[in-house]
Design a protein around this ligand. Structure first.
Ligand code: ADP
Ligand code: MG
Length: 530
């Protein structure tokens, strides 16, 4: 039995041991040391944890890397370009010479749109005039974006971008488009559009594209070399002088310090006069000296239609490696020539071009190919690959030993002929963008020496040559060829240069006489002959 007494007895009694002052001091010191050790351990642990945490975070989100990557070292014009975009302009035109760094800057600004400006809606486009041309900016964008591309859907030509840290579920789409068919560019609004080589797309495409960013308060930036005074000159360049939402930056090739001088020299030697101004100094050329003045884009361009069964299909071929290789598909029905398709590409082997020609949907219907008469080797190679190619027929007239002028006359004649309903009898389908561009800028050499004005310059004449080969050879074959200075009504007769002069002057004065009867004592009585 336990009694409260017993319990009390069992209770232990503690007696505090008295420490001497020295002992007490040592004891306290020991306690303090242990405490410090504990804290030290705690801090070390915390530090280690923090280190781990940072590493983990930067693995999850590439935002920090992104910030580092979207900026790039710019040339002075590229800096002005990116400042204009940052400053809130709606349409920014980067006019650059060849190799001035246009595509380079465009790809980087496009990536900035995604990560720096977060331009909404989260869809942006990279537009090029044709499919082959669109591969350049696509490759440039892909190599620059690197890891930031979460997924590249090659079939759709679309990039899904890694979301930034601030918006983890925000997948930005960047799509690559070519502007061959305007209707494919219609759709909902876009955050931004980058057009590479924009001067080559049609006005129709431009109007559609600008409509797609204006309602979403988006931005269009164009990187291009000028191509004659087309819509780009009027709608963007001239407008940039008075509208503050439009900005134009000009970048001559020589302002790209990343090119070596030798390369610039090589480019300089390839171009002359006005062409150098356009291709290297990025200036708009005037219309003077144009070979095909009669080519009117709005009038001669036509939409795609069905090619009838009975149409005659032929091709014109101009060879080139550094210069583009060109094959044009022409179809003639109801007496009207239609330029229905083009293949225009440089830097590829002949085998590649042969494959492209054979793969063309019209390949089975082509009756004959007319090739450059001076390129015997290439023609032989194509023949052995099973392509029926013939040397284009050279047609000389008496006054000039060169056949090029007669060929140009023939093309001009087709440009000027009208069908019964007023349609042009040479129609260029809208998908033939490169031919269109060459029509706009094929020009005569400048009048530096006596005879220079007679011959066109050697640039931008590739599609023009192919077209000339095909049309003049066909005309010669069908007996429908008229020598120089012969109009549609006149009988076929080759004129001497004196007769030509007289004919011209007679016509000229007859024309003037209609307006105002000639005074007696003309200025050139002896020229009038009879
Ligand atoms: N800011 C830059 N930094 C480094 N290299 C550059 C820069 N800008 C242009 N380049 C170089 O200049 C060359 C021409 O650029 P590119 O954009 O292809 O010319 P283009 O104007 O013909 O599109 C490329 O090889 C590119 O690497
Ligand atoms: Mg380029």
């Amino acid at each position: 039995m336990e009694t409260p007494d017993k319990k009390k007895k069992k209770k232990r009694k503690y007696t505090q041991r008295k420490r001497t002052p020295e002992e007490d001091k040592a004891f306290r010191a020991e306690q303090a040391r242990k405490g410090r050790l504990r804290w030290k351990k705690h801090y070390e642990q915390k530090k280690a944890e923090e280190l781990q945490k940072v590493a983990k975070e930067s693995n999850l989100s590439r935002y920090k890397e992104v910030k580092r990557e979207v900026t790039y070292k710019q040339t002075p014009p590229q800096w002005r370009f990116s400042e204009a975009i940052r400053g809130g302009a709606r349409v920014v035109l980067f006019l650059g010479g060849i190799r001035a760094g246009k595509t380079y800057a465009g790809a980087r600004e496009a990536l900035k749109q995604v990560y720096k400006y977060n331009r909404l809606p989260n869809l942006g486009w990279i537009v090029s005039p044709t499919y082959p041309m669109s591969q350049v900016p696509e490759r440039m964008f892909k190599s620059h974006a690197g890891d930031l591309v979460a997924k590249h859907m090659k079939g759709e030509r679309c990039f899904l971008m890694v979301p930034p840290k601030s918006m983890p579920n925000h997948y930005y789409r960047v799509e690559v488009k070519s502007a061959e068919e305007p209707d494919r560019l219609r759709g909902p609004s876009l955050g931004w559009i980058w057009i590479d080589e924009g001067a080559m797309i049609s006005k129709e495409c431009w109007d559609i594209l600008i409509g797609r960013v204006l309602d979403s308060k988006g931005i269009i930036f164009i990187t291009t070399t000028p191509r004659g005074r087309n819509w780009l000159y009027e709608d963007v360049y001239l407008r940039s002088h008075k509208d503050e939402n439009y900005v134009c930056i000009q970048a001559p090739t020589s302002e790209n310090p990343y090119l070596d001088q030798q390369e610039i020299q090589n480019l300089r030697s390839r171009y002359s006069g006005e062409f150098a101004k356009q291709e290297l100094d990025a200036e708009f050329m005037s219309y003077e000296g144009l070979v095909y003045k009669d080519y009117k884009p709005m009038f001669h361009q036509a939409d795609r239609t069905e090619i009838p069964e009975n149409a005659l299909v032929i091709c014109g071929v101009d060879f080139g490696y550094n210069d583009p290789f060109v094959c044009l598909w022409l179809a003639k029905w109801d007496g009207i020539w239609h330029l229905v398709d083009e293949h225009y590409q440089s830097g590829k082997t002949l085998d590649y071009h042969i494959q492209v020609i054979k793969d063309n949907p019209l390949a089975k219907r082509v009756v004959k190919y007319w090739g450059d008469p001076s390129a015997a080797q290439q023609r032989a190679d194509m023949r052995s690959a099973g392509i029926q190619i013939y040397p284009a027929i050279r047609v000389h007239d008496k006054s000039s030993r060169k056949s090029i002028n007669t060929g140009i006359q023939e093309v001009t004649r087709w440009l000027n002929r009208r069908a019964g309903n007023g349609d042009p009898m040479l129609q260029i389908w809208k998908n033939c963008i490169n031919t269109h561009t060459e029509f706009m800028q094929y020009r005569y050499r400048e009048m530096t020496n006596k005879n220079a004005g007679e011959n066109p310059v050697d640039d931008s004449n590739h599609a023009m040559d192919a077209l000339r080969y095909a049309l003049s050879s066909e005309a010669k074959l069908s007996g429908d060829f008229r020598p120089r200075y012969q109009d549609d009504s006149g009988e076929v007769k080759i004129l001497t240069s004196k007769e030509k002069n007289n004919k011209y002057l007679n016509e000229y004065f007859a024309e003037m006489d209609k307006k105002r009867p000639r005074q007696t004592g003309s200025m050139f009585p002896e020229w009038l002959g009879e």
